[in-house]
Design a protein around this ligand. Structure first.
Ligand code: GLC
Length: 550
């Protein structure tokens, strides 16, 4: 079977540039700050960095609203800072993947400004529609960041379409001139030496049906439409003509394993891997994240089992992660980040390194970064959170009720600054300015990199490094087959094997120790884990263990 080996070996690290390391004192992280910390990431074992948006942008949606696809946002530095960062990364053998959003641009992009002036050429770069004959919106779809997907332009007497915020008008991929212009963007950056890209919501770029949806859920009408594969192939070909090794990781929302394979099997020359968090979302909600419910890890198990067991033989690849810039930190959301931070963080990462990769780390996960759970509205920065607050308050009429939902689910939970040391007078090494662009989390003195490193065998960083090293060049974990044996009340068991080697892997995601009475581990020896003891009949709370067949 043909599959992209590099995907299984990859340790991918997402950096939220605003929150990683500030060298100018303005409270916002920057590219020089990233360059400075590359040796640190090398030590951790990172092979690739997913760099969240750094292009010129009004930052309505943190840079996922791009106003110029070929310029560095001055907030983060200059083109020469960028070049220095790429060069340093390449010299350390760390590949940089740039996050590019081409489903939509910013409404500040000059293309869109021309469109608003009524210039036909540029109007066709976007999606403009008339109201329905009865005067209502062209469709009833709700946008992903709050409100309807249509915005009225009086001077044109038309609506334009936006899946996300009104400041993020969707681009019209049916237009060939536009497709060329976008492919040119990717080629521009690959020529600058980046290893590849993370393509934002790329499976939404093809749209061909404009009808009302039951429940206003338009996603079914713009996800994985037939033409999307041609468009993705078109861009990939242009990029790979410059660098045949280029890596294209596509965000593929709501994409079943068969379809994901179509995108990511190397024979199809589309993407290198898909990225989605369906398995994580499934734990506490269905479609709308704000309608969350009690956590249920058996849902995680069901989804991940389906994808992993299918993809191992289909040649497809899917990034494995618990966290990214859109998700509250999993240690805080699902486990016990107060009493058992080490155990919680390590069992979560252990599960990732024991499945078929790439493995994804969100910056700061490696010292147990927790969700800040901001309690005041003015601490929130994310457009989605602020729009949600506005809309939900109308329904609940209760600040307390609505803010509780933000505390649980806001994307700002993922975006707080990285804490390099434990010194609050030094702003924890993040900035030497007065204060950061968004508040530090509340337990900063205790949960930061420096304090973590002092915890010896209970250092989360040390566990991450050891787990990465254990996995590196480990044929069974990286390239072996996988079978999900069972899920029992918060604990799951997997089998991995290759040639004569075999592992049984156990992860207890619950706080209840378990008697292991249904597994015969005779003839197996513990080779890795997050507890020092070795009792085959008792699995501790949040324990992660790898047994090797002797
Ligand atoms: C993706 C990004 C998210 C962003 C959206 C619109 O889902 O991960 O942060 O808001 O696309 O670009």
């Amino acid at each position: 079977m043909n599959y992209d080996k590099r995907m299984r070996e990859m340790v991918l690290y997402e950096i939220w540039p605003k929150s990683f390391n500030d060298t100018t004192g303005n409270g916002v992280g920057d590219l020089k700050g990233i360059t400075e910390k590359l040796p640190y990431l090398k030590e951790l074992g990172v092979t690739h960095i997913w760099l969240a948006p750094i292009f010129t942008s009004p930052m309505v949606d943190s840079g996922y609203d791009m106003a110029d696809y070929k310029e560095i946002n001055p907030l983060f530095g200059t083109m020469s800072d960028f070049e220095e960062m790429v060069e340093t990364a390449n010299s350390l053998n760390i590949g940089i993947l740039l996050d590019v959003a081409v489903n939509h641009s910013s409404s500040e992009h000059w293309w869109f400004k021309k469109a608003l002036e009524g210039d036909d050429k540029y109007m066709d770069y976007y999606i403009f529609k008339d109201a329905k004959p009865d005067g209502s919106l062209p469709t009833n779809w709700e946008s992903r960041l709050g409100g309807p997907t249509w915005e009225y332009v009086e001077s044109l007497d038309k609506y334009y379409f936006h899946i996300y915020a009104p400041e993020q008008p969707d681009l019209n991929w049916q237009n060939e001139t536009l497709r060329e212009a976008l492919a040119d963007v990717f080629v521009f950056w690959i020529k600058k030496g980046v290893a590849g890209f993370r393509l934002d919501v790329i499976n939404h770029i093809a749209k061909d049906i404009w009808e009302d949806a039951p429940n206003g859920r338009g996603a079914d009408y713009y996800t994985n439409r037939p033409k999307v594969h041609d468009y993705v192939k078109f861009v990939s070909e242009k990029v790979r003509a410059v660098n045949p090794e280029a890596i294209m990781i596509g965000q593929l929302k709501w994409t079943p394993p068969e379809e994901l394979t179509r995108y990511t099997n190397p024979n199809n020359k589309e993407l290198s891997a898909g990225l989605d968090f369906a398995q994580v979302q499934a734990i506490d909600h269905d479609f709308w994240k704000w309608d969350f419910k009690e956590k249920d890890f058996s849902k995680y198990y069901e989804v991940i089992k389906e994808y992993q067991e299918y993809l191992q033989h289909s040649g497809g690849s899917m990034v494995l992660g618990w966290n990214c810039h859109d998700l509250p930190r999993a240690v805080s959301r699902f486990l016990n980040d107060e009493e058992y931070l080490f155990e919680s963080a390590s069992v979560l990462f252990g599960t990732l390194t024991s499945m078929i990769g790439p493995v994804l780390i969100n910056y700061g996960d490696e010292y147990g970064q927790v969700s800040p759970k901001y309690e005041e509205l003015d601490q929130y920065r994310d457009v989605e959170s602020l729009n949600f607050y506005r809309d939900d308050l109308k329904k609940t009429q209760s600040h307390d009720e609505t803010i509780k939902k933000l505390i649980m689910m806001s994307r700002d939970n993922a975006r707080a600054p990285f804490l390099w040391n434990s010194n609050s007078d030094d702003n924890y090494g993040f900035t030497n300015g007065i204060k950061p662009w968004i508040d530090f989390h509340k337990r900063s003195k205790e949960v930061n990199l420096e304090s973590d490193l002092q915890r010896g065998n209970k250092s989360i960083f040390k566990f991450y490094k050891d787990a990465i090293n254990f996995r590196k060049d480990n044929e069974i974990l990286v390239h072996g087959d996988i079978e999900f044996l069972n899920f029992d009340n918060g604990m799951f068991t997997i089998r991995r094997w290759k040639d004569d080697g075999e592992y049984i892997i156990i992860a207890n995601l619950s706080e209840v120790p378990k008697e292991n009475n249904n597994l015969d581990l005779n003839g197996y020896k513990k080779v890795f884990g997050n507890y020092e003891n070795d009792d085959k009949n008792l699995i501790n709370k949040y324990e992660f263990i790898i047994y090797e067949k002797q």
